[in-house]
Design a binder for this molecule. Sequence first.
Ligand code: ATP
Length: 234
Amino acid sequence: MLRLEGIHAGYGATTILHDVSLDVQAGEVVTIVGANGAGKTTTLRTIAGLIKPTAGRITFEGQDITRLPAHEVVDLGITLIPEGRQLFADMTVHENLLMGAYRAQARAKQKDTLDHVLSLFPRVRERLNQSAGSLSGGEQQMVAIARGMMARPRLLMFDEPSLGLAPIVVQQVFDVIDTIVKTGATVLIVEQNVFHTLKAADRGYVLENGEIVLSDSSDALLTNDHVRQAYLGI
Ligand code: ATP
């Protein structure tokens, strides 16, 4: 479904990603794990069209999207749920959700999509008229995910969905991701919470200093010596 081949990307003269290649098949949950600053966010932003690679190629369902602007990437069915949630704090939950369907294609189906999304997020439905800034961190993450779903994505990318959340809330977030996967979506998650994300994913890539150093099934990575020592503290 998604394929990155030999991607180099960064900011100005600074190259952060070095020769990153990875793929995500339809229906899979794939994760990119790595430490702070490894380049995980940069990878997702590059796929989303927010950073232009200096070399390499990105294809989505066979189409070359390497140079597409971000709004066209959204139209093709790729949505990024950003780190730190980035909700509009003074707007209601309902208004935030509608912002997720701002592109013409999604807007045409807004009402049906909203019904579907709220059926997946009963807690969000209860808070529709509350301002987003008044929600707890966990609730805000749920709204950020629900807003991402409003674009009717086929590939949903999560940037550190568990960041700053209490352990019990982290579990709720991964439960929601699991529910979304069961609806047929394909998911790419980047995380520092290596244990939880490998438990949730089918396969994973380990990113270190902007390079993919390991790639395997999640089960194999969970028992890999390097992963256990560097990321699981075992
Ligand atoms: P984290 O978990 O801390 O978000 P990450 O793996 O997602 O880490 P990135 O955010 O992709 O890492 O950052 C990779 C490197 O790129 C870091 O060294 C960071 O300082 C640098 N970087 C990120 N954003 C910018 C920017 N806008 N301009 C310049 N350098 C940046």
